[in-house]
Design a protein around this ligand. Structure first.
Ligand SMILES: [Zn+2]
Length: 286
């Protein structure tokens, strides 16, 4: 169903633009316009900055092809959870800061003319944490892909399950996996893209389960943090532990893809996974 009210809006209109950003990797001062033009990748050292959901969608999809689904899903506060402030206040602050309703946006769109279902996460919304809304959107994206017989692409950016929703957040691991299992049984392709960071319950469920798992360079990817890991096994961890390149060397990631190549790489992978599928025709029908 076409959207009436998108669950996100452009962040840039909300406050005066900062002109410069310092690259945390090479410390170069980067002109923001130049950085944005380079897809938020540092032109001098290649550091991949995090991307908002809106920027990610516009970089990956054919112009104007995105139609958002389920934009109205919003978190409730099932536990009456309060830490330094009540959970509903935290959600409201995140909504105001990001222009999103929650940490994930899903819908349908096209990559090089091929119709796909796509879900992207935004780390700027409470660390991209997965509560019932994110889990439900992942499940619905998988169900939408299954229903139409079009491939699913998920771009993750998350610190893991949202503690403010307790066990309900943990249940999303099982729910998303069940939805992906139905997709797998129907032989509909699912490609996972892991960006910085993809950790905790999101890595432990759908992010690691792609038919093909792609990662952006130097992204933090893993389940528990390095300190927890080192404490548990009582050993120092190897250099580069939990970065894309380490996971690639150990077989958890199939390819590391520069952001500038991601759109083309995704299109190639999707064609390769099911070359006979009539996605092109689906695309023509809109
Ligand atoms: Zn840099």
């Amino acid at each position: 169903m076409p959207m009436k009210f998108p669950s996100f809006r452009s962040r840039r209109e909300d406050y005066p633009e900062k002109m410069w950003t310092r690259c945390p990797s090479c410390e170069e001062q980067l002109f923001n316009k130049q950085l944005e033009k380079a897809m938020n990748v540092c032109p001098s050292c290649g550091h991949h900055f995090r991307l908002s959901a809106t920027m990610r969608l516009s970089q990956l999809l054919d112009d104007g092809s995105f139609v958002e689904r389920d934009p109205g899903l919003v978190s409730v506060d099932p536990l009456g959870f309060v830490d330094q402030k009540p959970y509903p206040d935290r959600v409201a602050a995140a909504q105001l800061a990001t222009g999103l309703r929650d940490a994930a946006v899903w819908g349908t769109g096209r990559i090089e003319g091929m119709r796909i279902a796509i879900l992207v996460m935004d780390f700027g919304f409470m660390g991209g944490s997965m509560g019932a809304v994110v889990g439900e959107k992942v499940a619905r994206a998988a169900e939408g892909a299954l229903e139409e017989g079009i491939p699913l692409v998920i771009v993750s950016a998350s610190g893991g399950a949202r503690m403010q929703e307790g066990t309900l957040a943990l249940m999303q691991l099982v729910k998303t996996m069940a939805a992906l299992e139905r997709l797998r049984a129907a032989r509909v392709p699912y490609v996972s893209v892991m960006s910085d960071p993809t950790t905790g319950g999101v890595f432990a469920s759908y992010a690691a389960m792609g038919d093909v798992n792609l990662a952006e360079p130097n992204a933090l990817i893993g389940f528990a943090g390095a300190r927890v890991g080192a404490g548990t096994i009582g050993q120092e961890l190897p250099p580069g532990f939990q970065r894309s390149e380490f996971l690639y060397r150990h077989g958890f990631v199939d390819r590391i893809v520069q952001r500038a190549d991601l759109r083309q790489e995704l299109a190639q992978v999707l064609r390769f996974l099911a070359p006979t599928q009539p996605w092109g025709k689906e695309a023509a029908r809109g």
